[in-house]
Structures are given as C-alpha cells and as structure tokens.
Design a protein around this ligand. Structure first.
Ligand code: G6P
Length: 439
C-alpha cells in the first residue's frame, strides 16, 4: 500500500488541529494515507469532536488523508510508519495538583521542570513504555515521536528502558526561540539559525546567526532592553541585563525558573489567588477551544489555539517526519541520544541538540563542552531526569525522593519528602508502580 500511516496517541488533544494543519500543508511531499487519532475511553467525546474537525479540515483542503478514530490502540498501531504520542496521564486535573501542591511548601510546581515535572514523568513514563512494547510487536519499523511532557525525561526513559531505537523527542521551545529572535530582528524566521544545545526545557542558543553572520550579541542586547522572548505559559519578568551580558549565550524561557526562582515563585503565588494555576487557566482555554471545534462550520485551525504554550509544536513534528521520510538532511533541534555530542553528558542519555535529520534518524552535531557557567546546571538536570526515569520504571520510593531532592527548585531534603509524600498520595491512582501489594 502506498502512502504513510501515522498514529497519534492522545489524538483527542486540543492541539491536534495543529498537527492536522501541518500534515495538510505538507501533503505533496508527505503523502499521509491514514491518520489514526487514538484516545482512551474517558477522552471519547473530545476525540469525536477533534476527529470531526480534522475530517472537515482535510475535506476543505482537498487532500485524500483518511482520518480514523479509535479507542483501540493496538488496532491503530498495526503497520504504522510513524507514531506520535501526546498523552496527559490524569488529564489537566493531575496537572493542577502538580502545580498546586508544591506551592503550599513555597516551591514552584511547574509541569515539566520542578516537582510537577517529576510527577508528570512518574505518571507518563510507564504508559509510554507500554506503547513501546505494543510498537515492538505491531509496528517494529515505525518511528516513535514523543511530545508528551516532560519530553526530555520521557525520551531518556525510552532510550534506556525500551527496545525502541527509532525514537525522537520533540518540543516547540527551539521554534519559539527562533521566532522570537526573528521578531526582534524584524526578519523572516527562515533567515535565523541558532546553535541549540542542552536538554529539553534547558536548552541554550550558543550562537545566533542571521543569513550566516553572527548576531548573538545583538540579540542578547535586545533581550535585555525590553524585547520579549517567552511562551504563552511563562510570564516574562525581563532579565537582569548584566547577567545576560555575562552569560553570553541565549537562555530559553524555562531558564527563568532557575535563574529567577524567587520572583517566579512570587508571581505563581499571586496568580494562584487571582486566576489559579496554569492548569486551571488552560482548563478554561480548552473549554473555549472545544466549543469552537464543535461548530460544524469550522474547517480550519482557529487562531485561539495560539494561546496555548505548545503552539507551533506541529511545525516541529511535521518538519521532522517530513525530513525523516524524505531523507532531507536538514538541521533541526530534537531530543535524541547524545552519543558524545555534548561532553559531560552520558552517551546513552537524551539531549536536545541540533541534528542532521536523515532517513536513519537524527545525527547530532558535535558541540563539545558547554560553557562552564551552565555546564553544572545542565548536568544537574540530567541527573534529575535519569533518577526520575529510574523511579518511574521501578516505583522505588527512595529513587523518587532522590530525584525530588536534587531538583534545583526544591530547597531541602525535608521539604522534598513532604512534597513527595503528599503528591504520591494525590496521584495514587496513576502511580500503581509505587503502590504494589506485597504478598
Ligand atoms: C510550552 C512547552 C510545552 C508545554 C506547553 C504548555 O510550549 O514547550 O512543552 O506543553 O508550553 O502550554 P500550556 O498552554 O498547556 O500551559
């Protein structure tokens, strides 16, 4: 059979119209025969709504891409060429707990970087590893492309605890940074190139180029003189100009949590009393999006979707699939096995780095040593991710406590234990590996 079969697990997500739009726009070079949107029974209603919109979008665009909806993951996976995963185990209610509970202890929760990220990883990794097992059996040649957060930790787990080698982790942060730089310089994003290196949500722009000429200093100057570089989900409190001058490389929006911890915490506490956590804001946004999606006259991606932090993730996804399928050998920043690209990070660990994208997958571009000022933080987060991934797989309480305590946002072992215990209880339903019955 000709054409590509793509399976999107978590297909009922409000982000799916982005992906569908990306595939429609690239249809000539990326002929997708079937796009399977798969979800769990609790997500059936959303799946139906998003699926109907996806069908209207393909009909309007006149592309013969068959949209299939399924609650049966195994049926969908059979014979797939690409599997994308965008799951949120425990849905937004669980995210609200991830963000809310740590705040009680004066700690930023954050759904990917702090204690929230740890718990999202503990819930998500076993589900992704189950998907890997199904893929081994039902579509052993397929690529697994994961966007489920925390994407770096999930990629780490897939690389180290599954038999799937053809895997890539993706994030929209590098795309967002490139777009922000382009906006600052008032040029088209295609003219901007950034040497990305680091980890997911811990990535730096080591050099920035415009048409091949270095503009790093110019961009850093703009960053400190009021020009914004952030995502919809992260408040921009500006940067201390002398810090950025000293740093000499471009931080990503998530670095605010590490370099501006006290002010970010204050902001989150204020937001909590005024509008709730980000999860609660997103719950409202989702309601609005789904009521738009239900309109039978809507047949394109509504602009309101750009209010989500993950806007444009489909550009990353579709470009990646396009380049793998067509052996394009262009450069894209993705999460992949380090293989020596970044010194001081284990070879078998996941890093987020510019890669040449080939039919055999991403080939990381050698970076060498990161600047000394950031090397330690990157290694610390890698230790956190590795420890957390191990805890997710084994259900070992002490590994989870280690991960919580070494996270730079957590101030002490005692506070780590208090947060861990409360969150384990709060998420008990989604963490069976920690509550095994010993007979
Ligand atoms: C950013 C991150 C994503 C994350 C999203 C959250 O874009 O890169 O990993 O999922 O923000 O956005 P939300 O609208 O859900 O707060």
């Amino acid at each position: 059979m000709t054409g590509i079969k793509v399976v999107t697990i978590g297909g009922g997500s409000s982000y799916t119209p982005e992906l569908v739009e990306g595939f429609i726009n690239r249809y000539d070079e990326l002929p997708i025969r079937e796009l399977w949107l798969v979800d769990i029974p609790e997500g059936e209603e959303k799946l139906e709504t998003v699926g109907a919109l996806a069908k209207r979008m393909t009909v309007k665009a006149g592309v013969p891409m068959d949209i299939k909806l399924s609650l049966d993951r195994r049926e969908a996976l059979a014979g797939a060429d690409f599997v994308t995963t965008q799951v949120r185990v425990g849905l937004l209610d669980a995210r609200a707990k991830d963000e809310r509970i740590p705040l009680k202890y004066g700690v930023i929760g954050q759904e990917t970087n702090g204690p929230g990220g740890l718990f999202k990883g503990l819930r998500t990794i076993p589900v992704i590893l189950d998907i890997c097992k199904d893929m081994e059996e039902l579509c052993p040649d397929a690529w697994l492309i994961n966007f489920s957060n925390p994407a770096g930790m999930v990629t780490e787990a897939v690389l180290r605890y599954s038999n799937i080698n053809k895997t890539v982790g993706l994030c929209n942060v590098p795309i967002g940074m490139r777009m922000s730089v382009a906006e600052m310089l008032e040029v088209a994003p295609e003219r901007v190139h950034i040497d990305f290196a680091g980890l997911n949500h811990m990535v730096f722009g080591l050099n920035v180029y415009l048409d091949g000429q270095s503009v790093t200093n110019q961009v850093l100057d703009k960053l400190t003189s009021g020009e914004s570089m952030t995502m919809k989900n992260i408040v921009d409190l500006g940067w201390e100009p002398d810090f950025i001058k000293a740093l000499q490389i471009l931080p990503c929006p998530y670095h605010r949590y590490y370099y501006q911890t006290a002010t970010m915490l204050e902001q989150e506490q204020q937001d909590l009393s005024e509008k709730g956590t980000r999860a609660e804001v997103v719950q409202q946004l989702e309601k609005d999006l789904f009521s738009l999606y239900s309109d039978p006259d809507l047949s394109n991606k509504p602009p309101q979707l750009e209010e989500r932090g993950g806007a444009y993730y489909s550009d990353a996804a579709c470009s990646l699939i396009h380049s793998i399928y067509n052996d394009k050998r262009d450069i894209q920043p993705v999460n992949t096995r380090n293989n020596g690209a970044i010194a001081g990070i284990p070879d078998d660990s996941a890093v987020e780095v510019n890669c040449v994208i080939t039919k055999e997958g991403p080939k990381p571009i050698h970076v060498g040593e990161l600047p000394i000022a950031v090397r330690g933080l990157v290694q610390q987060i890698k230790s956190f991710e590795r420890t957390a991934a191990e805890a997710a797989v084994t259900g070992d309480y002490h590994q989870a406590l280690l991960a919580m305590t070494i996270n730079p946002l957590v101030p002490s072992d005692t506070v780590a234990k208090q947060i861990l215990d409360e969150m384990l209880e709060a998420h008990r339903r989604y963490l069976p590996q920690f509550f095994k019955i010993v007979v």
